[in-house]
Design a protein around this ligand. Structure first.
Ligand code: ADP
Ligand code: ZN
Ligand code: MG
Length: 652
């Protein structure tokens, strides 16, 4: 039963959302790729068959021109001299003889010599020849050319066809077909417009785009930079929370520059066998250099680029070798190399400093979570192909989704379209989108998950506890909606939205947040004198938050402004004693939060009962109804201009 505030600090670890439209992994390799896989032999058979058919057609045609009853020239001369021949038709070098007795024969003469001369050399006198009707027949154009040129051209045509056929197979397999060997890289061909991404597809991230524009300029126009002796950055690292569009932006750089984009994920380097990763890196860089100007993109580089020597042997050897190979390759770049290496990570804190040294990934581009304006732009981009109803106001959706990443906004739009399609509507409505916000944030509603009367009461009080404490404490976020309809893994939820996009959070906000999150636990304990497993997620969240406050943000008075590193096996950034002190501080913060929550609930018991009662009746209470209850119980609701606007169109 979490309090869902989208502003909650996100865990930085974890899998990235699936990326739409990435090029397919190259599976075909070596000869199989070159020849288009197993079907190649089938195709070869077709080719040979075609060839044989062509040949037999050829011999058929030439065969017709050469009937069998061919006699030597000497016999022709003899027959002419004997007066047996009545007519001769000359067709090129072919002679068709008609005999006085009606029979016909053929013969051949030397093509360069005329028939009378030829016969004369065989001793035929002009008088004897005069008795024969000689017709000179021109060969028809086609026949002439075909018969003369076919023997030369058919093989050439055949070979040309074979080449065309093979090259088509190769192109079918994509550019990868040429010796992509082991690298496992995906490649986006700049000519493939279906996969092309440009800066227009990336909303917001203005600073990042500005930085990257220089890279685009270089890749488009390397000569301009090289002529003036400018050293172009070899490595650019994109840093930002998951789903903020790092991968998208890297692809957009390639798309804008119109260069091939070799992309591989850091985790793909990490294989079982030592040395495979390093050889993949070598392969990848070699390919990119051949295709230069080009971009190499190593996604999730933290998988290989973690601080070296941090862990225990085994798989780390492999990681280290891979990382070393990346560094070696980058150091080995000629100053004139037109290959730019980009990398992305959501954990810049764990990267090996060697990666970030000058001459390597020395350009850092940070991508923040989108602010309200950017969120609206991102929504617009993803609404492009979705027909929106006339009531849709994307700015309102943007206002209600602080803390959403680009990827989450993308899935929000998508969920909205799915809701519309499920109702067989042709347009996405505002209500579809509003429902999708909660779905993306908390998972789908589970209306079938029926609570017993007792569970319902417990859940209602739990959520009422969150909502009440959140409303009373000054720095906590205002409540937009409370519900005891279960969603995802939560039995109920309290939706809070911060007033605006806050890039920074203060200690006071954190403390009020912790108290509000404990409000559920405290309400259960007070009312039922018992605690359920319900708040376990709440407790996880606040424990992590309190620990971060103490060890990362320097928010503990006792330990002071020190950022303690993470304790991992084999790495001890601080002593056992400090570890114990941190634990003690975490406990103290949580205890204090609990006491503050208990104080609020004790003082406003009437409000708590009223909220819980309303929840049990209606299951979902929107902001207006909630604030009416607060006012009736003497609590002034939090108000702010912008916030009021955002809340207006909520329906249900
Ligand atoms: P990351 O690599 O930072 O985890 P991705 O680039 O994979 O994030 O983003 C995932 C998806 O989210 C993208 O494919 C895109 O649809 C959407 N998205 C993220 N950021 C933006 C943005 N700034 N503009 C438009 N769409 C975005
Ligand atoms: Zn809760
Ligand atoms: Mg990514």
């Amino acid at each position: 039963m979490p309090t869902a505030s989208p502003r909650k600090p996100r865990k930085k670890k974890g899998a990235l959302p699936p990326v739409a439209g990435l090029p397919k992994r190259v599976k075909r390799r070596g000869w199989k790729a070159l020849f288009g896989g197993p079907s190649f032999f089938g195709n070869l058979a077709t080719t040979i068959l075609t060839f044989l058919i062509l040949m037999s057609i050829y011999s058929l045609i030439t065969g017709v021109a050469q009937p069998n009853k061919e006699i030597p020239l000497s016999a022709v001369a003899a027959d002419v001299a004997a007066g047996k021949v009545s007519a001769i038709t000359v067709n090129g070098d072919a002679l068709n003889l008609s005999y006085a007795d009606g029979s016909a024969k053929t013969s051949r003469k030397d093509p360069s010599a005329g028939l009378p001369e030829t016969l004369a050399t065989y001793g035929v006198t002009p008088e004897e020849l005069a008795k024969v009707a000689i017709t000179i027949q021109g060969q028809s154009g086609f026949e002439f050319w075909f018969l003369n040129l076919a023997p030369i051209f058919i093989p050439i045509l055949f070979i040309a066809f074979l080449f065309w056929f093979l090259s088509r197979q190769v192109r079918g397999a994509g550019m990868q077909a040429f010796s992509f060997g082991q690298s496992k890289a995906r490649i986006t061909d700049p000519a493939d417009s279906s996969q092309r991404v440009t800066f227009a597809d990336v909303a917001g991230a203005r600073e990042a785009k500005e930085e990257l524009f220089e890279i685009v300029d270089f890749l488009k126009n390397p000569k301009k930079f090289l002529d003036i002796g400018a050293r172009i950055p070899k490595g650019i690292i994109l840093m930002g929370a998951p789903g903020t569009g790092k991968t998208l932006l890297a692809r957009a750089v390639a798309g804008e520059a119109g260069v091939p984009f070799f992309s591989i994920s850091g985790s793909e380097f990490v294989e079982m066998f030592v040395g495979v990763g390093a050889s993949r890196v070598r392969d990848l860089f070699q390919m990119a250099k051949k295709a230069a100007p080009a971009i190499i993109f190593v996604d999730e580089i933290d998988a290989v680029g973690r601080t070296r020597g941090a862990g225990m042997g085994g798989g780390n050897d492999e990681r280290e070798q891979t990382l070393n190979q990346i560094l070696v390759e980058m150091d080995g770049f000629e100053p004139t190399e037109k290959v730019v290496v980009m990398a992305a990570t959501n954990r810049p804190d764990v990267l090996d400093p060697a990666l970030l040294r000058p001459g390597r990934f020395d350009r850092r581009v940070t991508i923040d979570l989108p602010d309200r304006r950017d969120r609206e732009e991102i929504l617009k981009i993803h609404a492009r192909k979705k027909p929106l109803g006339p009531d849709v106001v994307l700015s309102v959706i943007a206002e209600r989704t602080p803390g959403f990443s680009g990827a989450e906004l993308y899935s929000l739009m998508n969920e909205g379209a799915i809701l519309a399609a499920r109702d067989n509507r042709k347009e996405v409505t505002q209500y579809d989108l509003i429902r999708s916000i909660e779905k993306v944030m908390l998972g789908p509603e589970r209306k079938s998950h029926l609570l017993s009367q007792k569970e319902k009461e417990l859940t209602a009080y739990h959520e009422a506890g969150h909502a009440l404490v959140s409303s009373v404490l000054e720095h906590a976020d205002p409540v937009h909606k409370i519900s005891i309809i279960s969603r995802g893994r939560a039995a109920g939820y309290t939706l809070k939205l911060p007033f605006d996009d806050r890039k920074m959070q203060s200690k006071k906000q954190f403390l009020d947040d912790i108290a509000a999150t404990l409000g559920g636990y405290v309400a259960e304990e007070m009312l039922f004198d018992d605690v359920t497993t319900g708040p376990s997620n709440d407790l996880q969240v606040i424990t992590a938050l309190a620990r971060d406050m103490v060890s990362r943000y320097g928010m503990s008075d006792k330990l002071g402004p020190i950022a303690f590193g993470e304790r991992e096996l084999g790495r001890e950034p601080y002593s056992e004693q400090v570890a114990a002190e941190i634990d003690a501080e975490v406990s103290r913060i949580i205890e204090e939060g609990k006491a503050r929550a208990a104080k609020v609930i004790g003082e406003h018991r009437g409000a708590l009962d009223a909220i819980a009662k309303e929840l049990m009746e209606k299951e979902t209470v929107e902001r207006d109804g909630f604030e009416k209850i607060l006012v009736l119980n003497g609590i002034t609701p939090k108000k702010k201009e912008e916030d009021i606007r955002a809340a207006a169109p909520l329906q249900k």
